[in-house]
Ligand binder design. Structure first.
Ligand code: ADP
Length: 419
């Protein structure tokens, strides 16, 4: 100890730790999912969801980190998004993680459609809200719910930065040759008809994690990312930047999905109108909700489809074959777009778990350097892992996605940036 200790001054007092938590909110039309993260070590402090908002049997499920206790669940009416966020706030409060905590640095919001305008995560102000609102015609199901989530969270913590992270941002690097449809330019521009792409936070995260798995910088690798969940999309990522993706103006284009058709000849719509006597709304529902795997065989869960295929069910087999055929076409297309491919990464519910899908998707592509090692592909695992044989020309990998972590990372990076 110093012989002449100086008197304590305010600057000697321990400084409060800078805020290091981020709350991620994913507000859908009838649900809110949330996750509270400690960004200094990436740990999950709590997560949860409120489902069936507006119904009498809404569900609130809250899962604190293991050290804070057991998951809790209750059902009962949750009238609207405001009530849903209040329910979330109460649950967090009960774990000592209340929204009034000075440790909270920001709230990060998933926003589905950012159009051409939002190329990066953005701190929300009135102008940003107005732009998200202006995009409602191209995202009628999602953007209104995302806006409600932002407005409600702002009311709860008006002093805190609210950050919008857009599903479309990662795809704004696509060249015009990939982003434009070959339709009359003036009509397209007037109605903002172009390919925007979705699942961007997942494609960004997975392409970066794939580079890390290969021990390389994202700038040095070309990756085809296959995000196969209930919704599904592929992307071609050159040196960390998206150069093509399979979803378009809306999430309907591209791969065969759980309930969505993916690519069809647009004339199918005219035909169903003129010959089938269907309305535009009916066709919208048909292609978005009653097509894809569910339209082909009545099931959209890949586990059930595989069970039926293994039992010799012809209808399920055809659905599986159509799904794989489309997937393979996109792998080939993106191979051609990229020219050189370092890795193909499978992610999301189907991509991470369904070994038969991965095996079938690359079967017969050894000529392109794509192969799967049966033992590695069949082995259970949780983290990023290679499933191609040693020495393969193209790495084939399973890379679990984490959209909430990506939203939190982007949010935290933005609010910590010096002005
Ligand atoms: P989303 O976020 O688009 O709703 P997910 O990424 O959670 O979807 O993926 C959900 C899908 O993952 C389910 O419909 C199911 O088909 C598939 N899935 C989940 N687990 C498995 C598994 N073990 N085997 C095959 N498919 C699976």
């Amino acid at each position: 100890m110093s012989p002449h200790p100086s008197p304590a001054t305010p600057s000697d007092e321990p400084r409060p730790a800078p805020p290091s938590r981020v709350l991620v909110l994913n507000s859908g039309s009838s649900s809110v999912k949330y996750r509270l993260l400690e960004m200094s070590d990436g740990s999950r402090l709590a997560s949860g969801l409120v489902e069936r908002i507006g119904e009498r049997t809404s569900l609130v499920r809250h899962t604190p980190s293991a050290s804070r206790g057991e998951p809790r669940e209750r059902t009962g009416p949750v009238a609207d998004h405001e009530a849903a966020l209040k329910a979330m706030a109460e649950e967090l409060d009960a774990d000592g993680l209340g929204l009034d905590s000075p440790a909270l640095a920001a709230i990060g919001h998933r926003v589905v459609h950012g159009g051409m305008h939002f190329t990066e995560p953005t701190v929300v102000d009135e102008a940003v809200l107005a732009e998200i609102e202006r995009l409602i015609p191209v995202a009628p199901l999602h953007n209104p719910a995302n806006l409600t989530g932002i407005r409600t969270a702002t009311a709860l913590r008006p002093d805190l930065p609210q950050v919008a992270v857009f599903d479309t941002s990662f795809h704004t690097t696509m060249p015009e040759s990939a982003a434009r449809y070959a339709i009359d330019v003036r009509t397209a521009d007037e109605h903002r008809v172009r390919r925007y792409g979705f699942h961007g936070t997942s494609h960004a995260y997975v392409s970066r994690e794939t580079a890390r798995l290969l021990g390389k910088a994202p700038e040095d690798v070309n990756v085809i990312v296959l995000h196969l969940g209930n919704g599904a999309s592929a992307s071609a990522v050159r040196g960390g930047r998206c150069v093509d993706t399979s979803m378009g103006l809306t999430p309907l284009e591209g791969l065969v999905m759980g309930t969505r058709s993916g690519d069809v000849d647009p004339a199918v719509i005219f035909h169903l109108t003129r010959v089938g006597g269907m309305s535009v709304d009916e066709i919208d529902t048909l292609l978005n909700k009653k097509s894809g795997l569910v339209g082909l065989c009545g099931d959209n869960d890949m586990r059930e489809i595989r069970r039926r295929v293994d039992a010799g069910d012809e209808e399920a087999k055809l659905a599986f074959d159509i799904y794989i055929h489309r997937l393979k076409k996109y792998i080939g297309a993106y191979y051609a777009v990229l020219g050189r491919v370092d890795a193909v990464a499978f992610t999301a519910g189907v991509g991470e778990n369904a070994a038969p899908v991965r095996e079938a998707a690359v079967a017969g592509l050894a000529g392109l350097g794509l192969e799967v090692d049966a033992g590695r592909n069949g082995a259970r695992g949780t983290g990023p892992r290679l499933i191609s044989p040693d020495g393969a020309r193209v790495a084939v990998a399973v890379v679990p996605t984490d959209e909430e972590m990506e939203i939190a990372t982007q949010t935290y990076a933005l609010v910590r940036k010096p002005n």
